[in-house]
Design a binder for this molecule. Structure first.
Ligand SMILES: Cc1ncc(COP(=O)(O)O)c(C=O)c1O
Length: 317
C-alpha cells in the first residue's frame, strides 16, 4: 500500500498562504470522496452496509455534506453534534447516537430525530423509556472486559474502559427492551484505537458475530445491524503503510460467511463509524514557522496554537 504523503506541495501551500493568512485548515475533497468510495466498495458485499462518520473527528458541516453525498451517515455523541447533523439534513437511520453519561436533552434529541440510539449501560434502558420512549430499533454497546490483543503487538484494555455492557447485561437489556416494545437490535463495540493493521475489524467482527448468534439464541432478539465502530488507523509517520480497506472488508466478509450466514443471520447489516480513517489523511493544518529555538531540544515556533490543533502540544511534536 501507499506510504504517507502530504496532499499538497510546499509551493502550493505557499501560493494559498499568499492569499489566505495562516493558520488555516485545508481539506482534500477529491481525496475524501475517493476514500469514502473505497470504503463503500470494500463492504459492498453487505446489503445494508453504511459508514457513519464519527462527527467528533471533524465537526465541520461542509465535510459532513461531502460525506453525505458519498452515502455516509453520521455518528453523533452529543447534542451539538446532533444539531449540526440535523442542519446538514441527516435524520432517522442516517444517524447513530453513541453517548455515555447521557444528558436528558441529548437523549430526547436523538429520539426526536429517529436516530439509532446506542445504549452504553443497562440502566439506560429505563432512562431512555422515562425521558424519551423506546424506539423500534435499539442498539447496545458491548464491552468484553479483559485485554484485547491482535497478536502483533497491538492491544487495548477494554476491561479498563468505562464504555459498554457485559454479555450478561446485553442479554438483560435486550430482554427488557423487547418487553418494552423494541423489535430489532444493534450491537456496537470499540475495542482498539489507531490500529495500523488490516486485522482489527476482522477480529472484532468475529467476536461480535459470535456474540450476535449467542444473544439471538438466548433472548430471541432479532439482530438488525452490527456496528464495528471506529479504530481503523492511518499511516501516522512517513514510513508507515496505510491500512488496506479492501483487505479489511474482505476479512470481515469471511467472518460473516463463517459465522452469521450458517446461523441464518445473513441479513445483518454491517455499520462502521470511522473518524480518522475517513478524514485524517485528507486534512492539513497550514501554519507558518515564525521562530526557531535551539537549546536542549529543537523548537519551531509557529503561528498556530492549541486552539487550532491541540494534539501536537500533547504529543511532543
Ligand atoms: C463511539 C465512537 N465511534 C467512532 C469513533 C471514531 O474513532 P476513529 O477515529 O478511531 O475511527 C470514536 C472516537 O473516539 C468513538 O468514540
Amino acid at each position: 500500500m501507499s506510504q504517507k504523503k502530504p496532499f499538497i506541495t510546499l509551493a502550493q501551500a505557499r501560493a494559498i498562504a499568499a492569499e489566505i493568512p495562516t493558520p488555516f485548515h485545508l481539506y482534500d475533497e477529491a481525496g475524501i470522496r475517493e476514500n469514502a468510495r473505497k470504503v463503500n466498495a470494500a463492504f459492498s458485499w453487505n446489503k445494508g452496509f453504511k459508514e457513519y462518520f464519527a462527527v467528533k473527528a471533524t465537526p465541520n458541516p461542509y465535510i459532513l455534506k461531502i460525506l453525505q453525498e458519498e452515502g455516509c451517515g453520521v455518528d453523533c455523541s452529543s447534542y451539538t453534534e446532533l444539531l449540526m447533523s440535523e442542519a446538514c439534513g441527516f435524520t432517522g437511520s442516517d444517524i447513530m447516537f453513541s453517548s455515555n453519561e447521557t444528558p436528558v436533552q441529548d437523549m430526547q434529541k436523538a429520539y426526536e430525530l429517529g436516530a439509532y440510539i446506542n445504549l452504553d449501560d443497562l440502566t439506560h434502558v429505563d432512562f431512555l423509556k422515562e425521558v424519551a420512549g423506546i424506539p423500534k430499533t435499539v442498539c447496545c454497546r458491548y464491552n468484553p472486559g479483559g485485554v484485547f490483543e491482535l497478536g502483533n503487538g497491538i492491544m487495548d484494555n477494554p476491561g479498563d474502559a468505562k464504555y459498554g455492557m457485559s454479555e450478561e447485561q446485553m442479554a438483560e437489556a435486550y430482554t427488557r427492551l423487547m418487553a418494552l416494545g423494541a423489535e430489532e437490535f444493534g450491537i456496537h463495540s470499540f475495542l482498539a484505537s489507531n490500529t495500523v493493521t488490516d486485522d482489527y475489524y476482522p477480529k472484532l467482527a468475529g467476536i461480535l458475530f459470535e456474540l450476535a448468534v449467542r444473544l439471538h439464541k438466548r433472548t430471541g432478539a432479532k439482530i438488525k445491524f452490527i456496528n464495528l465502530s471506529g479504530g481503523v488507523g492511518i499511516a501516522y509517520r512517513p514510513d508507515q503503510r496505510s491500512n488496506d480497506i479492501a483487505a479489511i472488508g474482505e476479512g470481515v466478509r469471511k467472518k460473516f460467511e463463517e459465522i452469521l450466514v450458517p446461523a441464518g443471520m445473513g441479513d445483518v447489516a454491517i455499520f462502521t463509524e470511522m473518524g480518522r480513517f475517513m478524514l485524517a489523511p485528507y486534512g492539513a493544518l497550514v501554519t507558518t514557522a515564525i521562530h526557531e529555538k535551539h537549546i536542549y531540544k529543537e523548537y519551531i515556533g509557529v503561528d498556530a496554537c492549541a486552539a487550532n490543533l491541540m494534539r501536537p502540544a500533547m504529543y511532543g511534536s
